[in-house]
Design a protein around this ligand. Structure first.
Ligand code: G1P
Length: 276
């Protein structure tokens, strides 16, 4: 069993759900208690044992690169004023991040395909930065990695029937507590979803997924869908759904975004009150 050491974070979308602000502020940089959303994703990956991260960006996402880079001018200023501790966050400047630009937003399948060289011949994770998880024990990706042996893994959760049309939805049979074997997957089913188990933005793949990504054609929403490559692989390879234990927040949805900020803010103020 190969260790999962690499992760791709596709962050090249236009963020149309959140216009007009996403015209200038990438959704991945939405602030959540003084940190941008994407930092929580990077932290989750590193905590799960990921050693190399590839973020797929697009033209208007330079802010992400600036954020994870050092700012020597600011550091010099803070040093002079004895405030350097305010910037002391290892994840910001020491994360093993590389970047690649997707020149045209063709869809999630295309964005992941760009990571082919980066991945080489190893299993790898994909984390969609819209989906942030607060988990009681282990982070969402760490939960998937715990189950990973050799077959692909997809993080899934039950979703209310009227919302299933917004997700990839799997047809799956329970093999053990939290683990399901997937026999079909449909992207954003308008009618008759195969179950109420939705794909939640965390995946582990073997490099063989690239041979399926190479062949997919435009699917739901006129985009190259990762879901369609997974579907094509199901005839040849096993793929498991892992039910993620934890609360998921879609930061592109205002209601979730505000709930997440409130919850983290409450947790933090509780921590400072109890001194933990
Ligand atoms: C993507 C995936 C979908 C998945 C969802 C989870 O869709 O294509 O299968 O259920 O993320 O957030 P998107 O939300 O990017 O349209």
């Amino acid at each position: 069993m190969d260790k999962v050491k690499k992760a791709i974070i596709p962050a090249a979308g236009y963020g149309t759900r959140n216009l007009p602000i996403t015209k200038v502020l990438p959704k991945e940089m939405f602030p959540i208690n003084r940190k941008p959303a994407i930092q929580y994703i990077v932290e989750e990956a590193i905590e799960a044992g990921i050693e190399e991260i590839l973020i797929i960006v697009s033209r208007n996402k330079n802010m992400i690169l600036d954020y994870f880079d050092r700012s020597l001018e600011l550091e010099a200023f803070l040093e002079k004023t004895n405030k350097l501790h305010l910037l002391k966050d290892e994840v910001i400047t020491n994360s093993p991040i590389q970047y690649m630009r997707q020149s045209y937003a063709e869809g999630l399948g295309d964005a992941v395909y760009l990571g082919k060289q980066f991945v080489g011949n190893e299993p790898f994770a994909v984390l969609l930065p819209d989906d942030l998880f607060l988990c009681p024990k282990k982070g969402a990706l760490a939960q998937l990695i715990e189950y990973y042996k050799t077959s692909s893994m997809i993080g899934i959760q039950r979703v209310e029937a009227d919302l299933l049309k917004n997700y990839g939805v799997v047809k799956a049979e329970k093999v053990k507590e939290c683990q399901f074997q997937i026999s079909d997957i449909v992207e954003k089913p308008e009618v008759s979803p195969p179950s109420d188990l939705a794909v939640t933005g965390r995946y582990i793949f073997n490099p063989s997924i690239f041979s399926y990504l190479e062949k997919i054609e435009k699917g739901a929403g006129g985009e190259l869908q990762l879901t369609d490559a997974i579907k094509a692989s199901l005839g040849d390879e096993k793929c498991f759904g892992i039910k993620i234990e934890g609360d998921r927040y879609d930061i592109g949805k205002e209601e979730d975004y505000i709930k997440l900020i409130n919850r983290l803010w409450k947790n933090n103020s509780l921590k400072s009150e109890t001194g933990k």
